[in-house]
Write a protein that binds this ligand. Sequence first.
Ligand SMILES: NC(=O)c1ccc[n+]([C@@H]2O[C@H](COP(=O)([O-])OP(=O)(O)OC[C@H]3O[C@@H](n4cnc5c(N)ncnc54)[C@H](OP(=O)(O)O)[C@@H]3O)[C@@H](O)[C@H]2O)c1
Length: 306
Amino acid sequence: MKAIGINEYGSIENLLEFDIPLEPLGSTDVVVDIKAISINPFDTKQRAGFYPKHPNKHRPLILGIDMAGIVTETGPDVTLFKVGDLVVGRPKASAQGTYRQQMVISQDLLVQIQDNVLIESAAALLAAGSAAYHALFTYGNLLSNQRVLIHGGAGGVGHLAIQLAKLKGSTVITTASKKHHDYLKSLGANQIIDYHSEDFSEIVKDIDLVIDTVGDKVQEKSLTILTPNGHIESLVGSIDPQNDKIHFFSAKFSTDALKEMLDLMSKGKLDVNIRYIDTFTVENVKKAHLELETKTGQGKIVLTLS
Ligand SMILES: NC(=O)c1ccc[n+]([C@@H]2O[C@H](COP(=O)([O-])OP(=O)(O)OC[C@H]3O[C@@H](n4cnc5c(N)ncnc54)[C@H](OP(=O)(O)O)[C@@H]3O)[C@@H](O)[C@H]2O)c1
């Protein structure tokens, strides 16, 4: 089958098309014909060589951490899905990634997509939504009467985090380029700060939780605006691993969290902003990686497969 990945870490020019075989079907596995993938900053960093110890040791290394598609075959002991079901899921870290036409995946790593949720939206939700959910709730323990500062509010993680925090009833402050402010207001953000022209640490205080999608100086300044019990959940690393106010995590995949978010989408309460949709070609993967690495835009990039 057609797959896209790398032989060696490097620039977007290292992205190549490969012909890889389908894995053998285990008894509780299903075959998914992939219909949509989303492109994540994780993919661009993995391509560039930021994660040399990552458990996917295959060469070529097929990139991609989220996908949605249709079940086309089931192992003999599969109980949760049948042929024809629309599903979204994430392979385990040691497996090849999702930039490919088909994959064999355990039923435990999949969630059914409701009829009224677009398959492109489901694919775009998975990694970014999971990160937002775990930052806010699993680790952040955000409460309805608390104030959360979400950095990078228009990004893949940020726009979902804003919506989830507002659904919780919390007060949301966010940072973003000016061009995104009307959009972020429409999501319900209570206060929006243009990080290019304003210093958030001079404007806000008494923050219970900071969602850090930027790191470095932004993280350092975020330490100065916390309540006494406030803390930072960082998606990008800690400037000081000894500081117990900063918790860095790598989002684990939880089918329960994904189900909850898909349910919210199905009820029209949560919306994934898709920046653009393209077809699954090497050129379009290169374009999407370049876009994520060099531009700032809203929401997620999705590639579709016929
Ligand atoms: N640890 C994990 O499990 C995990 C999971 C998901 C993501 N991540 C990481 O989290 C980061 C964000 O991911 P994403 O998918 O949201 O990326 P994204 O879609 O590329 O969005 C990044 C956003 O950051 C904003 N930004 C850049 N510099 C900023 C600054 N100084 N202050 C405030 N905002 C700034 C940009 O905003 P404007 O457009 O407004 O300029 C952009 O919208 C990435 O580094 C990613 O690798 C980690």
